[in-house]
Ligand binder design. Structure first.
Ligand code: ZN
Ligand code: MN
Length: 504
């Protein structure tokens, strides 16, 4: 690993997330993904002269929500700026963004990396608009689709507090989970609604040297982000070694992956943008990076500053759901779940909500509900591709099932089959138990005639038992279970049978 060479990575992460709004940032056009090209456009989002932007209130609120969830300070007045650059997917030749006064600043997100808590500081959370999309169809032919142009886009930037690919991955997983919990983004990387751009530099461990950094773009999954950071760390470490005339043979390995081989011809250290060549497990240069002043930022003259009242911000804060970290803490500290089990439940908000609702409906030890969810529930949920429309066992039904078990009305084994039937049919456990007549019979008056019948039919076995072959008792109990089609309570049958035979 690159770490072994005595270098450490210094990574800052920039995440862009499209916001879950019905309409665009500065006009009323829709934001649906996958619509026919250029059907969600108007003079504002295609930058026609004379059109004027009107900010989307909902988008502003979603960014404030995110800023609060990431422990940021919210600026009471924020400004929009123009970020000027020329590119065919940007019809105005500038992007309306935020510059020196963004919505949120100075936050943090704590993430667990290999069992240790790490605090990643959040430098800023700001609001801007997305660009259009270029479709390169063949050589010399490209199309542009402006449906995405002007979709509300949030940018979340960390301080350079990330020092490994593992930390980057955990940060991204935790951040994405929060965005989903607070319902500001759908977090779909494959549709481009969540995009990550790490910037990476390398320095000798223990120094605060600043070397030129590279930025990775167009990363399609967290796995690619991980690979890209691994590779860049190794490549830049090798470059530093070369510069200093030492050779330590940097290479990087990713668990479960072939070792990354650094291309020794590609070790110039320069500020540039690179992309990840996933099949070849490496990064390649795209272009040298524009510097901030190239964008000629200036305040957007068509928009006034957006100001927030304290009470409104507090209203947004009060509307935040319980966040994953708080839930994890509650599940481990108050309910007594293991860190792992609690982690599985908080992974997805709907799952944690389901658990909470079922535990409340049950009213007893919530661990019993958790046990069901960890085993059969999640097994079937995962088998169905984690599709919530396939979940027909309601939280109330799960609570009812555990109650039936508590009351001794069904055995653990029957409970499993009742659960599966409930999962398939959506019927309640009580209805299934009644329909199938599988309620456990523990009533002595009902069981005694059956027991006496079995004893009368098996005189030879009874004689053997009386002669000391007590092991044959199981055979008789089995006969009672057969006659009652498995509904007799085995412990009650045992006890009554022993009574009848005069065994102690
Ligand atoms: Zn529009
Ligand atoms: Mn941006």
């Amino acid at each position: 690993m690159a770490e072994a060479t005595g270098f450490e990575a210094v990574v800052g992460m920039e995440v862009h997330a499209e916001l879950l709004t019905e309409s665009k940032m500065f006009c009323g056009c829709g934001t649906q993904f996958g619509a026919s090209p250029n059907t969600l456009c108007c003079p504002v989002c295609t930058g026609l002269p004379g059109s004027l932007p009107v900010p989307n209130r909902k988008a502003v609120e979603l960014v404030v929500r995110t800023a609060l969830a990431l422990n940021c300070e919210v600026n009471r007045a924020c400004l929009f700026h123009r970020k000027n650059y020329f590119y065919p997917d940007l019809p105005k030749a500038y992007q309306i963004s935020q510059y020196d006064v963004p919505i949120g600043v100075n936050g943090h997100l704590d993430v667990r990396v290999n069992g240790e808590m790490r605090r990643i500081r959040i430098r800023r959370v700001h609001l801007e608009e997305d660009t259009g999309k270029l479709l390169h169809v063949e050589r010399d032919t490209s199309f542009v689709d402006y449906n995405r142009s002007g979709v509300p886009l949030m940018e979340i930037v960390t301080e350079p507090d990330i020092h490994s690919a593992d930390e980057a991955r955990e940060y991204l997983i935790a951040l994405r989970r929060i965005l989903l919990y607070i319902e500001v983004s759908d977090g779909r990387m494959e549709q481009g609604s969540l995009r990550c751009e790490p910037n990476i530099s390398v320095r000798p461990r223990g120094t605060d040297e600043l070397n030129s950094k590279t930025e990775l773009k167009n990363l399609s999954s967290f796995r690619v982000v991980y690979l890209g950071i691994q590779y860049e760390t190794a490549r830049q470490a090798l470059a530093l070694e070369k510069q200093r005339g030492i050779s330590l043979g940097a290479s990087a390995t990713v668990p479960g992956q072939p070792p990354l081989k650094v291309d020794v011809r590609d070790t110039a250290l320069t500020q540039e943008t690179r992309r990840c060549d996933e099949p070849n497990l490496k990064t390649v240069s795209m272009r040298t990076k524009e510097y901030a002043h190239d964008y000629r930022y200036f305040p957007e003259p068509d928009l006034v500053p957006v100001t927030f009242e304290e009470a409104w911000i507090e209203g947004v804060r009060a509307g935040l759901p319980e966040l994953p970290a708080a839930r994890l803490h509650r599940y481990t500290e108050e309910i007594g779940l293991s860190e792992y089990d609690a982690g599985v439940l908080v992974e997805e908000r709907a799952l944690a909500d389901y658990f909470d609702t079922a535990a409340r409906a049950y009213g007893g030890d919530a661990k019993k509900i958790a046990n069901w969810m960890q085993s059969d529930w999640l097994r079937l949920f995962n088998a169905g591709g984690r599709d919530w429309t396939g979940v027909r066992v309601t939280p109330d039904a799960l609570a009812e099932l555990v109650h039936l078990q508590d009351e001794g009305k069904i055995t653990g084994k029957l409970a499993k089959s009742v659960f599966e039937t409930a999962w398939e049919t959506g019927k309640t456990p009580a209805a299934i138990v009644q329909e199938q007549g599988i309620e456990v019979v523990g009533d002595e008056a009902q069981l005694l005639p059956v027991i006496d019948g079995v004893l009368a039919e098996n005189e030879r076995v009874v004689a053997d038992i009386r002669a000391g072959k007590v092991g044959k008792l199981n055979f008789l109990v089995g006969q009672v279970m057969r006659v009652t089609k498995g509904s007799a309570a085995p412990d009650v049958v045992q006890r009554l049978m022993r009574d009848r035979l005069g065994l102690t």
